[in-house]
Design a protein around this ligand. Structure first.
Ligand SMILES: C[S@@+](CC[C@H](N)C(=O)[O-])C[C@H]1O[C@@H](n2cnc3c(N)ncnc32)[C@H](O)[C@@H]1O
Length: 218
């Protein structure tokens, strides 16, 4: 099969899609401005929307996120939870946690979110919940370990999404900076592991910076 190399990834089409979607307003716009000003990496708008659509379509009740930052993706996911649902997010940075708490309170979503302070590789083995949806968005070198720790806690039929798996084009092409060599190589290994995993049906979508998207089949 020939890849559609001249399809969605053309600049003209990417710009069209960027214009097509409405700008955020209110709290989300404020969070985007804060992230831009303070150089906090948050999900692309289209990725955050994709997360929200997925959570709503699934009727997700339990969601796990790895890497909260200021809570931008958390707001999208938490407001999509089915009644009585819970989002668990893992974040080690105190300033990020403080910001997330403030934004979640203002969004009226604080009670639906449990923030686990700490490093995902230490927190994940302690989690007791079974999740409908897992979103991976923290240390690129640890993605494969996150996947392996998350899968036993994901229900069959549950969805796992990993952000930045094309890493600004470096995963498929040339590595642009020496400091991104390890992360790029780790993402290449993760993508292989992900799409060939016997417990998953999975693929890589050209949404945002590349989204790994898989469903647990066994
Ligand atoms: C890309 S940002 C998350 C963005 C967020 N998911 C969003 O879309 O709005 C990655 C976050 O992972 C956090 N992080 C770094 N090391 C981590 C670790 N070992 N475990 C969990 N989170 C980690 C960082 O502090 C940072 O806030």
């Amino acid at each position: 099969m020939k890849a559609r190399i001249d399809a969605i990834i053309q600049r003209e089409q990417a710009e069209y899609l960027e214009r097509l979607h409405p700008e955020n307003t209110g709290l989300l716009a404020e969070m985007e401005a804060y992230a831009a000003e303070h150089r906090v990496p948050i999900a692309d708008r289209e990725v955050a929307l994709f997360l929200e659509i997925t959570a709503r379509a699934m009727g997700a009740r339990f969601i796990l996120e790895i890497g909260a930052a200021i809570g931008y993706s958390v707001v999208h996911l938490a407001r999509s939870l089915a009644p009585g649902g819970l989002l668990v997010t893992i974040e080690p940075n105190e300033e990020m946690i403080r910001r997330s708490e403030e934004y979640l309170t203002r969004a009226g979503l604080r009670e639906r979110v449990r923030i686990e302070r700490g490093f995902a590789l230490e927190v994940m083995p302690r989690l007791q919940e079974t999740f409908d949806l897992v979103y991976i968005d923290a240390v690129k070198e640890e993605y494969t370990a996150y996947l392996d720790l998350a899968l036993p806690r994901l229900r069959t039929g549950g969805v796992i999404i990993a952000d930045n798996v094309l890493w600004g084009g470096q995963v498929a092409g040339e590595i642009r900076s020496a400091e991104q060599t390890a992360s790029t190589q780790a993402l290449r290994a993760f993508n292989q592991h992900f799409v060939h995993h016997p417990s998953l049906r999975a693929e890589i979508l050209s949404v945002g910076d590349g989204l790994g998207y898989g469903v647990k089949v066994q």
